[in-house]
Design a protein around this ligand. Sequence first.
Ligand code: ZN
Length: 141
Amino acid sequence: MLVRELKRGRSLLVRLDHGADLVNQISELAVDESIHTGAFSVLGALIQAEIAFYDQESHEYSALLVEENAELVSCTGNVSIREGKPFVHAHVVLADSDGKTTGGHLLHGKIFAAELHLIELLGEPMVREIDQTTGLYLWSG
Ligand code: ZN
């Protein structure tokens, strides 16, 4: 287990841009605001999305395109450093017009409307490095 105690920094409430990509917007914000480690939640609606499932045997993501408009019921994630830059890791639950949900690791999400709450965490930044056991870029220090 890797544990690090960080202090809460700024708390940003942000209306993200219609038509933009959710992951890119949060990444750009983290770079612009010099946020190296943080945690966030987002709610709103997406025009379309691409989510993924990580196959624990093959160590590969399989992508799923969600082409219908969707409620962004829940999106939680974090920001940490990967290859020297802030990296956004986000998971989503999306609902269709019948209220049926799907979810996964968020690759892309085209924003219809989205409200972000990003909490900056101050201290020694969390850094991701490739982990041989899982094949994932995990926090390593
Ligand atoms: Zn993930």
